[in-house]
Design a protein around this ligand. Structure first.
Ligand code: AP5
Length: 224
């Protein structure tokens, strides 16, 4: 069972690669961004609390996110499966410390932290062309990964949307927040000997090969 973290700036391709690993190897993707966006869409108390943070590109307060992830981790750690990928968590040193405590309580440990990197000039077009499925969370790109029918999800036929936080001014804020709050985690995990650097340039399949190399052996899901 693998327990992985995907770290990296907005638009680098964390969600795309997590979904590919999930399809091929049955690893569960735990995305705090997806959980929060769904809560906003359904206007739950969590969504109402988180909405303004997401819209402005700021981080949702640590205690809120730690609470959400605690429940998901308990379920994932008590489940016998291929493992899971934390996509978008932790994002601050405080969240990383809380994660360490939760894993200790569940008597498990992390296998690897993958740090995806890409030139900022390549991140912007990835974000501006992104289209997302609000229903099944599939990720597309108008140029690099277009759906079969423009504007419609291949998997569930829902209408694709542009994420509110992919507006240029919000992207600039998210990049700033990443550098300030999340980049320090690279040293945090490097010192623990868990960090593996992944060059996120090139095609999605090229990046997937690098990800597979960084993670090591994984048994493919048997299709029946
Ligand atoms: P979140 O949803 O986690 O956003 P993010 O980390 O900014 O990352 P993105 O989802 O934007 O990008 P990605 O790296 O997954 O790229 P993707 O695969 O989609 O968080 C959103 C917000 O939620 C935060 O701002 C914050 O407010 C809140 N939040 C979440 N977690 C939190 C936490 N722990 N604490 C506090 N607040 C939190 O790819 C991007 C595009 O590029 C796609 O169109 C894709 O098709 C394309 N693409 C991917 N790979 C390639 C490739 N190799 N070549 C060409 N195109 C590619």
């Amino acid at each position: 069972m693998k327990r992985l973290i995907f770290l990296g700036p907005p638009g680098v391709g964390k969600g795309t690669q997590a979904k590919k690993l999930s399809e091929r190897y049955g690893l569960r993707q735990i995305s705090t961004g997806d959980i929060l966006r769904e809560a906003v869409q359904q206007a739950t108390p969590l969504g109402i609390q988180a909405r303004s943070y997401l819209q402005s590109g700021k981080l949702v307060p640590d205690e809120v996110v730690i609470n959400i992830i605690g429940e998901s981790l308990k379920r994932a750690d008590s489940h016998l499966g291929a493992g899971y990928i934390l996509d978008g968590f932790p994002r601050t040193v405080l969240q990383a410390e809380a994660l360490e405590k939760m894993l200790k309580q569940n008597r498990v440990s992390l296998d690897k932290v993958l740090s995806f990197s890409l030139n900022e000039t390549e991140l912007i077009p990835r974000l501006s062309g992104r289209r997302s499925c609000p229903s099944c969370h599939a990720i597309y790109h108008t140029e690099f990964n277009p759906p079969k029918k423009a504007g419609q999800c291949d998997r569930c036929q829902a209408a694709l949307t542009l994420r509110e936080d992919d507006k240029p001014e919000t992207v600039r804020e998210r990049l700033k927040v990443y550098r300030r709050e999340t980049a320090p985690l690279l040293d945090y995990y490097r010192q623990k000997g868990l960090l593996a650097d992944v060059d996120a340039a090139g095609s999605m399949e090229d990046v997937l090969k690098r990800v597979q190399q960084a993670i090591g052996d994984l048994p493919a899901v048997q299709k029946v």
